[in-house]
Design a protein around this ligand. Structure first.
Ligand code: CAA
Length: 445
């Protein structure tokens, strides 16, 4: 069977940076350790006044098309995943195609365009759609352009404000991919939940603590579902495990849960038995509550063992390097985590060709999805072509007052005009609105 997967990836960050321990924490009268240690965040990316989900998505897509030497005819689908859309009818993909048509010969008139919504898991769902379209033989040799783009902003004063971010990830899904092949096997954990939602409002309503519990519960279900169609996983089966990363502290919890689950009945559990005992089994307890308490106790001890710490340092920690510097990008977040892990392998001269990743995506509302990926021969060239480190270095570092004014400028309910902080160059910019309230974009040389 021909391999299908992600051929190329490009990342575009919002051009402003908010320093969480040094700018945000003092303004909020908080301990900087809450950000760096507790949440695991250093800075977040923020959009400049002329940036939005369309400009960031189109800029990432243009970089990808330029680097791969693509023309519009090579693309048979444009799927945009976002939870920051500003229109209930016209999809963001039409705006992005319109931007790209300003700079390329030809057009995307024969490409299927859409917009995917299921909170942060929609980026992975768009990859699924592309995968299925190719597997069904409907692609006529063409590839799919998947763009995950979000301005993950919270109302000022909301606890989620600490985890904001803005950026886009463009991915090309193709036959014979250069980066990763996707497994056919998938696992889902999905339930009607009220943890994080935006009922026709720009900023989310969030039940923060509940959202963390729901993330872990749905992820566990997805892992079990994946194992039922794939194999009983072992922690050493994977070079890296990129998870959806609303903030690195969340992944600390997911990583521990995953490790506990996958060491069960393995030599690792046996080796740890002298130190912390064996994992509690449900049958040994009178009721579920007692069992869950025993599991929590076991996990508390497990997280301090050398075996777990070493695994976490190798398999999980490298997936968080970018996230620490950019915050939550919602639909793009798990794809940033994958790129971060592979960049770590390249920087450390580790050849991961043929090795496996386990990818854990999550969207509030709520659904988790698990699938495996096999790293392809061209991975190093693809990852080394990324310019995200340079982009991050070039971000304009806002003061707290500037942060407040730019947050207001992006607030749809406020009519605040603001000079941009950075000068656009070789990119798409938002320039205003047309007669039907449609957004207008231009390409700046
Ligand atoms: N030094 C070191 N650590 C500190 C600290 C300090 N001074 N102060 C607090 N901490 C630690 C806490 O102990 C805690 O760590 P543990 O969880 O390991 O115990 C951590 O920092 C976070 O502290 P709190 O739990 O007190 O944080 P909070 O309740 O104020 O806010 C949040 C956390 C609820 C997640 C909030 O940021 C939020 O609402 N975020 C938006 C929702 C979200 O991201 N949810 C995640 C799951 S849902 C999802 O994934 C979808 C999505 O993208 C939104």
């Amino acid at each position: 069977m021909t391999a299908v997967g992600i051929d190329a990836i490009e990342i575009w960050t919002g051009k402003l940076q908010l320093d969480l321990p040094n700018t945000f924490a003092p303004a909020k009268d908080q301990d900087p350790g809450y950000y760096t240690e507790g949440l695991g965040l250093e800075t977040s990316s923020f959009p400049d006044t002329y940036e939005d989900i369309v400009t960031m998505g189109a800029n990432a897509a243009k970089r990808l098309m330029d680097r791969k030497g693509l023309v519009p005819d090579d693309v048979g689908r444009i799927d945009v995943a976002t939870e920051s859309a500003f229109d209930n009818s016209k999809p963001v993909s039409t705006y992005i195609a319109g931007c790209l048509e300003k700079v390329y010969e030809g057009d995307f008139h024969h490409a299927n365009k859409g917009e995917r919504k299921f909170a942060c898991v929609a980026g992975t769902q768009s990859i699924d759609d592309a995968y299925n379209w190719i597997r069904a033989g409907r692609n006529r040799g063409r590839s799919a352009l998947v763009v995950a783009t979000d301005t993950a902003l919270y109302a000022r004063g909301d606890p989620g404000e600490a985890t904001q971010g803005a950026g886009a990830v463009a991915m090309l899904v193709s036959e014979e991919p250069s980066l990763v092949e996707l497994s056919t096997e998938q696992g889902y954990g999905s339930a009607d939940e009220t943890d994080f939602l935006k009922p026709n409002q720009q900023f989310p309503s969030v039940d923060g603590k509940r959202s963390m519990q729901v993330y872990l519960a749905r992820m566990r279900e997805a892992v079990e579902d994946f194992e039922s169609v794939a194999w009983d996983m072992h922690p050493e089966d994977f070079a890296y495990i990129p998870f959806h990363t609303p903030f690195p502290g969340m992944v600390r919890k997911a990583g521990l849960l995953g490790y506990r689950h996958t060491i069960r009945d393995t030599e690792i559990e046996d080796e740890l038995a002298d130190e912390i005992g064996r994992q509690p089994r449900e049958a040994e307890y009178d009721d579920r509550e007692a069992y869950e308490e025993a599991i929590r106790g076991y996990m508390d001890e497990l997280k301090d063992t050398d075996a777990y710490r070493d695994w976490y340092r190798r398999v999980i920690e490298p997936t968080l390097n970018l996230s620490r510097r950019v915050g939550n990008w919602y639909t793009g977040s798990v794809h940033v985590a994958r790129a971060s892990a592979l960049a770590h392998a390249a920087e450390n001269d580790r050849d991961v060709t043929g090795e496996k990743l386990l990818v854990g995506s999550y969207g509030s509302g709520a659904q988790a999805e698990i699938h495996a990926e096999t790293v392809q021969e061209g991975w190093r060239e693809e990852i080394e072509a990324l310019s995200i480190d340079d982009q991050l270095e070039r971000r304009y570092d806002v003061s707290y007052d500037e942060y407040e004014t730019v947050h207001d400028a992006h607030n749809h309910e406020m009519d605040r005009e603001l000079e941009e902080f950075t000068t656009p160059e070789g990119e798409f910019v938002h320039v205003g609105w047309g007669r039907m309230s449609e957004r207008k974009y231009e390409y700046v040389e």
